[in-house]
Design a binder for this molecule. Structure first.
Ligand SMILES: Cc1cc2nc3c(=O)[nH]c(=O)nc-3n(C[C@H](O)[C@H](O)[C@H](O)COP(=O)(O)O)c2cc1C
Length: 364
């Protein structure tokens, strides 16, 4: 029986039923998590996730086929961005982004681009996922309809929704999601909030017990979990598993450009992160650099328009190997990244978790 059908028949905590070696989901990280990383995660006994939010539907299909054939039957996840505003046809007054034009001039990058079309269309991406039927699909930035979740279930695909507070978690439970990934304010990358885009955010320590006391589906904890102690803490607070992004960001299998790697591991190795909307139009956490500081308090266009406007800047900086003007998405635990193979990181996590189990709890 295929994995999807096996999962469909099991208890209401499908995360437990996955029989993972570690209760860990390698977080989807658009642009960083290519198939090789997902496969390495699956082979290491955790759930691998492909950040497919920016991929074309045909590339999503290819990736799912490749992962299915290489992941030795292990569960994996495809992650999509639920965006209702694509920016196509969106117009703006250049004065709104004059600060960005100034930045471009200072960087000798010429004129700001004026793109007309933006991100791939969610509906087509979702259709590709439905047809290729990976074991799990997860969503961020928004919520899907109950009928979309039912369609996934008809194809034996489990559904994980991202929430940053109790209200969003309850919405996901209402549409029939199988689990909720709760994202604390510590988390690297874009915030997945969708009910209130200005929500200042809740820390994971407060979020896990709050959500687990209100919903009846498994909760996956994301944000600042970097080692076995973090995994244990999340489990004690009521999470069924954790979703770790930054912990795997500098792994050998991550598709990280040199400038990015330098920005999160180099120098004095004591990085501070910040929440910024200046790169993309949505708040995301990354390591502070010249651009995040210059962009503070500036007017930004909505996602993904702002994202397209800053793309040439990020590309030029990446090509120069300069981390100062690229989005260095990473969580608050960034100073604990491990530059190792995913299998090695997972072995270390397992030992750390075992140590907490055998010693740590007796010290409480
Ligand atoms: C570089 C990077 C890219 C990310 N891209 C995505 C994404 O495409 N989709 C998604 O749902 N979450 C994305 N996230 C957020 C993760 O799913 C997760 O919430 C976060 O990594 C957890 O916090 P941590 O980084 O401290 O482990 C991204 C995170 C990082 C660090």
């Amino acid at each position: 029986m295929c994995l999807g059908r096996r999962l469909a028949k099991m208890s209401n905590n499908f995360i437990q039923d996955l029989n993972l070696k570690l209760p860990v989901i390698q977080a989807p990280m658009a642009g960083v998590t290519k198939s090789a990383m997902v496969i390495a995660s699956c082979r290491s006994g955790i759930v691998g996730s492909l950040g497919a939010g920016m991929l074309k539907p045909e590339d999503i299909r290819e990736s799912i086929k490749e992962i299915k054939s290489e992941a030795e039957g292990a569960p994996f996840n495809i992650n999509l961005f639920v965006i209702d505003h694509y920016g196509n046809g969106y117009d703006w007054d250049d004065r709104e982004v004059a600060w960005l034009q100034q930045y471009y001039q200072e960087q000798s990058l010429g004129e700001l681009p004026r793109p007309k079309s933006f991100a791939p269309v969610f509906k087509e991406q979702f259709q590709a996922v439905l047809e290729e039927a990976p074991p799990i699909v997860s969503f961020t930035f928004g919520i899907v309809e109950a009928s979309d979740v039912q369609e996934c279930h008809r194809r034996s695909i489990k559904v994980i929704g991202t929430a940053t507070n109790v209200l969003e978690a309850l919405e996901w439970e209402k549409v029939g999601a199988d689990a909720i990934c709760v994202q604390g304010i510590e988390a690297g990358g874009h915030r997945g909030n969708f009910l209130d885009l200005d929500d200042p955010g809740t820390g994971l320590f407060a979020l896990i017990p709050e959500v687990t006391s209100k919903v009846n589906i498994p909760v996956i904890a994301a944000g600042g979990v970097m080692d076995g102690r973090g995994i244990a803490a999340a489990k004690i607070l009521g999470a069924s598993a954790v979703q770790m992004g930054t912990a795997f960001l500098a792994s050998h299998e991550a598709a990280l450009p040199e400038a990015y790697k330098k920005g999160i591991t180099g120098g004095v190795f004591s990085h501070e992160t910040t929440l910024t909307n200046a790169f993309s139009g949505r708040y995301a956490r990354g390591v502070k650099n010249s651009f995040t500081e210059f962009g503070k308090g500036k007017h930004v266009l909505p996602y993904p328009v702002q994202n397209a406007l800053t793309q040439p800047l990020r590309k030029a900086s990446t090509q120069k190997g300069d981390p100062d003007h690229i989005s260095l998405w990473a969580g608050q635990g960034v100073n604990k990244v491990r530059q190792k193979k995913i299998s090695e990181i997972c072995n270390e996590l397992r030992l750390e978790l075992d140590k907490v189990k055998s010693n740590g709890l007796s010290k409480l």
